[in-house]
Write a protein that binds this ligand. Structure first.
Ligand code: ZN
Length: 228
């Protein structure tokens, strides 16, 4: 067994952005402060959503990120996190920081992990968001980011997840120009809306250790495929 085989991601730098922070709701002034978001300003962050049972998006994102980090590091990658805790007494970081994280290090890619909160009846499934061909912000990363989005979608399908039935297009992909996390990135980036936390079926998967592990496995597969 050579190192090349056991550590296929050696030398790669991967940024993982676990959406929101558990304590954001405790810091409204800090969270609502406008920050640069790619030609306009947006609030620093939001509280994120939760399941009907109160399981927070921040915790879901944190758990999947932690599992994914371990898998990528085992494969030899260097993993950079945009936040290093999941705590009620912390807030942020803001979307501009999240968007720029990894730029200076020329990271190989960035994945932002979220859960959605649609109240539409029966809305469920995942979708992968990527930035558009928009100068001067994301024209440089549009191509590779779209490819990363497609690879991520395929990996999730392979691990048994299904595409969202409530997003225009219906193909599980969504191009958006309004997200600072994507707009300020100089490295290929996608944002995964892993499922609809307000849907009881998605919520059951998203709050279970088994489900979180399946998300992490799918994303590790996506990274390996994209960088392979
Ligand atoms: Zn979110």
């Amino acid at each position: 067994m050579t190192q090349r085989h056991s550590q296929p991601l050696a030398g790669k730098v991967i940024v993982l952005d676990a959406g929101h922070q558990l304590g954001n709701h405790n810091f409204p002034a800090q969270i609502n402060r406008p920050v640069p978001a790619g030609g306009f300003t947006k609030p620093c962050n939001t509280t994120g959503t939760s399941t009907d049972g109160g399981y927070s998006e921040a915790t879901f994102a944190w758990k999947v990120t932690s599992r994914l980090k371990a898998k990528l590091e085992k494969a030899g990658a260097t993993v950079v996190l945009t936040r290093k805790s999941n705590r009620e007494d912390r807030w942020g970081p803001c979307v501009d920081f999240r968007g720029r994280k990894g730029n200076k290090r020329h990271a190989d890619l960035k994945i932002s992990i979220h859960g959605d909160g649609s109240l539409s009846s029966g809305a469920h499934g995942f979708h992968v968001i990527y930035p558009p061909d928009r100068a001067p912000w994301t024209d440089d990363i549009f191509g590779p980011s779209k490819r990363l989005a497609e690879v991520t979608k395929e990996a999730l399908l392979k691990k048994g997840f299904s595409v969202a039935n409530y997003i225009a297009g219906g193909d599980g992909l969504d191009e958006r120009a309004d997200l600072g996390t994507l707009n300020l990135s100089d490295v290929p980036v996608v944002m995964l809306e892993s499922g609809n936390m307000r849907d009881s079926g998605d919520a059951a998967v998203m709050t279970s250790a088994k489900g979180q592990e399946r998300y992490a496995r799918a994303l590790a597969l996506a990274v390996r495929t994209y960088l392979g």
